[in-house]
Design a protein around this ligand. Structure first.
Ligand code: FAD
Ligand code: NAP
Length: 527
């Protein structure tokens, strides 16, 4: 296709961490790019998830961009784990600082995209606009398609999904609030909602593992240390297993005495955060090792929750610790010691219907004024398949992925030339500090486009088959597939059960991608 015959060189869908950085990179190499964003502002996750208590679960010093040294120097986080408003301020600052807004179209949802002869993507929006570009990059996020369960009956009061929280906020003071769901969003919001609500009823289907955040003001010495050692520390993150500092202990949990094991868990529990998972090297591969960590957390729940019957209901038992995203909380279990917080166990009494004044479970009606759905997302594939994407010869991505996502490196799917996916299924994405994974993908795609110089690229179906097999094989060596998790698509009725992310680690994955590029984009087909 001759240069200049499309509206843009690249169209990027989404203006979260991924889309913003992609735009900046492409501009830097002289390409024209346009970002289309469904939301009314930039920020992605941090634009949409404004529920009470929303904050990151990876420490902010690590959960931030590393690509610009000035940005790193200028910005100072106030807390160890920043709140949603602060992260959104950061992303707004990035949009202004790098003058990104002039190429971002807000309130614009992409509904369809097709690869048209003689080699361009034509994108359609909900406003009826049609735009073309030589390359299409989806930066649609892994957790941006809210999952709103269809419950029978109807409720007359307001209801809100945590991932679609109104920008103007919701006053829950003095209200009786139902929170449905006890994943990370529920666990973060319940203690905060309880502070002002008259009563909170938590509807729990599956108990989850949660570790304390131990949040607090960011200590100036930690900030200075991180800034002073920025290069080295960021390098360590990029080459680590999960893109965050977990101080991994190389020992097996089964090779030490019970006392030593207890000390290690206790020290990490006191320190707070996801580094708990680094306590021993075999927590995610040995059921027996995993049980020691799970038992430790169950012991903490029993020690925190005063009513033993409530504590029992909160004990996770149906999946290995870590096989669902471990939650990071502030005062979650202690919230059940409040007289105004009630736990409704949906395993013994499932929701039957919504009533005008509340939620009816099998055993009773729970009167509430407001319902909060903390019910998660159609993760990883949801936002991509919401778009009618058609590749070569009209091939539909929805059709191709009917039995589960298929991609090469999580970056491209065969039959969809020039379509790149940031943190797509088949890449480490949600198993990592996502900013590390996002930056790696953006850098890889930017360099690839630079080297392509306008030519087309597609994944080789054989390389794709081999990658899908490898992703499944490695997952099969771990405990991850043992849980009915959103990693497996198990939270969405009818969704194929396939373990979607690459569990081999961000450092290993980075090396694989770098080698593929160094070998002339091995496994890809060029025209
Ligand atoms: P998003 O931020 O999801 O942005 C995607 C954007 O694409 C959205 O704004 C969406 O509106 C837009 N979009 C989607 N489809 C279309 C379409 N068809 N047309 C136009 N626009 C579209 N990860 C971590 O590593 N650490 C954390 O602490 C952490 N905390 C999280 C907390 C919450 C509440 C949630 C929900 C997720 C969290 N995550 C965390 C994961 C988080 O999603 C990523 O860290 C990161 O923000 C993803 O950035 P992104 O740009 O890839 O996607
Ligand atoms: P989630 O982990 O998928 O949790 C959803 C919860 O809703 C689960 O408890 C689920 O129960 C329940 N649920 C779903 N449908 C239901 C139904 N029909 N009836 C009753 N209960 C239902 O979603 P999330 O909490 O939004 O978190 C998603 C991911 O986003 C996290 O894993 C994390 O990666 C990220 N996140 C991070 C943070 C953070 O701490 N920084 C905060 C929020 C989100 P089942 O388990 O039985 O399905």
């Amino acid at each position: 296709m001759p240069p200049g015959s499309t509206d843009h060189d690249v169209i990027i869908i989404g203006a979260g961490f991924a889309g913003l950085y992609m735009l900046h990179r492409l501009r830097g190499q002289g390409l024209s790019a346009r970002v289309l964003e469904a939301g009314g502002g930039v920020g992605g996750t941090w634009y949409w998830n404004r529920y009470p208590g929303a904050r990151c679960d990876v420490e902010s010093l690590q959960y931030s961009y590393s690509f610009a040294e000035d940005l790193q120097r200028e910005w100072t986080w106030t807390e160890r784990y920043a709140t949603q408003p602060e992260i959104l301020r950061y992303l707004d600052h990035v949009a202004d600082r790098f003058d990104l807004r002039r190429d971002i179209e807000l309130n614009t949802r992409v509904t369809a995209a097709s690869w048209d002869a003689p080699g361009a993507w034509v994108v359609e929006t909900d406003g009826g606009e049609r735009l073309s570009a030589r390359y299409l990059v989806t930066a649609v996020g892994c957790l941006s398609a809210a999952n709103l369960p269809r419950l029978p009956g109807s409720f007359r009061g307001p209801s809100y999904h945590t991932g679609r929280w109104p920008a103007e906020g919701v006053d829950l003071a003095g209200r009786r609030v139902a929170v449905i769901g006890t994943g990370s969003s529920g666990i973060q919001s319940i203690p905060v909602i309880a502070e002002s609500a008259e009563h909170v009823t938590v509807f729990q289907r599956t108990p989850n593992f949660s570790v304390p955040a131990r949040n607090g003001p960011l200590r100036p010495e930690d900030d200075q240390w991180f800034k002073a050692n920025h290069h080295e520390l960021r390098h360590q993150l990029r080459t680590s297993h999960s893109g965050l500092f977990t101080s991994p202990n190389p020992d097996s949990a089964l090779a030490v005495t019970e006392e030593e094991r207890g000390r290690e868990f206790e020290a990490r529990w006191e320190r707070g955060g996801l580094a708990f998972l680094g306590a021993f090297s075999d927590l995610m591969i040995s059921e027996e090792a995993n049980r020691t960590a799970a038992d430790f957390v169950r012991g903490k729940i029993r020690a925190t929750v005063r009513d033993p019957a409530v504590a029992d209901l909160l004990l996770p038992g149906d999946h290995p610790l870590g096989s669902k995203r471990v939650c990071v909380d502030t005062g979650y279990y202690a919230a059940y010691n409040r007289p105004d917080v009630t736990l409704a166990d949906l395993r013994t009494a499932p929701i039957r219907e919504l009533t005008p004044g509340g939620v009816r479970t099998a055993d009773r009606e729970h009167p509430v004024d407001v319902i909060v759905y903390a019910t998660g997302f159609d993760a990883m594939t949801g936002p991509l398949l919401a778009i009618d994407i058609r590749g070569k010869g009209g091939l539909s991505l929805r059709e191709k992925w009917r039995a589960g996502p298929r991609s090469y490196l999580g970056l491209m799917s065969a039959g969809f030339p020039n379509l790149f996916t940031i943190t797509g299924p088949g890449s480490p994405s949600v198993l990592s500090n996502m900013i590390v994974s996002i930056e790696q993908h953006v850098d890889w795609i930017a360099e690839c486009l630079d080297r392509l110089g306008g030519r087309a690229l597609d994944a080789d179906p054989l390389a794709e088959d081999a990658w899908v097999e490898q992703v499944n094989e490695i997952a099969g060596l771990t405990l991850f597939p043992r849980a009915n998790s959103w990693y497996m698509g198990a939270n969405i009725p009818g969704k194929p059960r396939v373990f979607m992310p690459f569990v081999g680690g961000v450092g290993v994955y980075r090396d694989i991608c770098a080698e593929v590029a160094a070998n002339g984009y091995q496994g890809f087909l060029r025209d």
